[in-house]
Design a protein around this ligand. Structure first.
Ligand SMILES: NC(=O)c1ccc[n+]([C@@H]2O[C@H](COP(=O)([O-])OP(=O)(O)OC[C@H]3O[C@@H](n4cnc5c(N)ncnc54)[C@H](O)[C@@H]3O)[C@@H](O)[C@H]2O)c1
Length: 303
């Protein structure tokens, strides 16, 4: 059992990761400034410290006695990052470096970081492997690539144990972003309220949708790793976005209009992961298929 600090633990993914850590017997402290997250998403068994990762007083309080940090705090809205790159650089990059400094000063030297497939931009080949070039095509992705570089430097200079998890497209119960820019929650909410489903590129884009419980489990699987590691976290199955809509219709038992929004600049046509490296390192594999994951997600939004 260890004591883990989860930054951004009041968010969608952080809420699930906190719960799985607690279920496995770890102590969890959550540090979140609640700029986006929800207090109610934090499991009652965890200690919540409301504060910003850039505030060394709060982060050091949260780091007290911790064995490791799972670092998920950050702003995540790609279009907003295009409009206001400085806000994203300040919050995500400088906030993370500030957190790393607090870790160094308190002697907590293990970190697992929530990165993103956005670091790759448009891939040359599929499935994407971890050694593919990093060419983020928006400022949000650039913050992730930049934080990854700082983590490499903290590993090289200060001996930090670092594991970078590059998530593909997480979805599942509890996804309550505002604004919501992700396809699956928007499709489900539109369908359930019998409104037209907004669809870009006629749904021809290929994505790797990974169910939140599979994604959360990977964080506990990598907890014991040392050194410097980078892993893709995806199902390894590319799915056309329009096929997701068909599955949602099948599950809810009715169809609604699909509204064609044309093309959207900056979207990658296709991406899906090779997660072979993570499988080989810790035996992790996605278990929940898209239909079962969608069923659970639809149940959540019905409530
Ligand atoms: N959801 C996805 O599709 C996805 C995909 C790839 C990577 N990620 C990464 O996973 C992590 C979690 O994503 P999520 O979907 O749960 O997002 P989320 O917005 O639900 O959660 C992020 C949390 O971070 C908190 N936060 C933001 N800035 C902070 C700061 N300066 N100090 C303290 N807390 C701060 C917010 O209040 C929020 O609770 C993020 O780092 C995100 O970039 C998410």
């Amino acid at each position: 059992m260890s004591r883990i600090l989860v930054t951004g633990g009041a968010g969608f993914i952080g809420g699930h990761v906190t719960k799985i850590l607690l279920d496995e017997g770890h102590d969890v402290v959550v540090l979140d400034n609640l700029s986006k997250g929800h207090k109610d998403s934090v499991d009652k068994r965890a200690q919540l410290i409301v504060g910003d990762m850039a505030d060394p007083v709060k982060t050091k309080e949260a780091l007290s006695g911790a064995d490791a940090v799972i670092h998920m705090a950050g702003l995540i809205v790609v279009p907003e990052s295009v409009k206001d790159p400085i806000k994203y650089a300040q919050n995500n990059v400088l906030g993370s470096v500030s957190l790393l400094e607090s870790m160094r000063e308190t002697g907590v030297k293990k970190i697992i970081f929530s990165s993103s497939a956005c670091v790759y931009g448009t891939p040359d080949t599929l499935p994407i492997k971890e050694d593919a070039p990093l060419r983020p095509d928006n400022p949000y992705g650039a913050t992730k690539a930049s934080i990854e570089s700082f983590l490499q430097a903290y590993h090289a200079n200060f001996g930090f144990d670092v594991t970078i998890l590059r998530y593909f497209n997480p979805y599942g119960p509890g996804e309550l972003h505002d604004p919501e820019t992700h396809a699956i929650p928007n499709f489900i909410k539109s369908a359930l309220s019998k409104k037209p489903i907004p669809l870009y590129w006629k749904g021809e884009q290929v994505r790797d949708f990974i169910y939140i419980e599979d994604l959360a489990r990977a964080h506990t699987d990598v907890l014991s790793l040392a050194g410097f590691n980078i892993f893709n976290l995806g199902t390894e199955k590319g799915v056309k976005v329009k096929d997701v809509i068909d599955k949602i219709f099948e599950i809810v038992g009715f169809e609604v209009e699909v509204k064609d929004l044309g093309e959207r600049l900056g979207d990658v046509a296709a991406n899906y992961a090779s997660s072979e490296r993570l499988h080989e390192a810790v035996g992790w594999q996605a278990k929940v298929n898209l239909k079962d994951g969608l069923k659970q997600t639809i149940e959540f939004f019905k409530k």
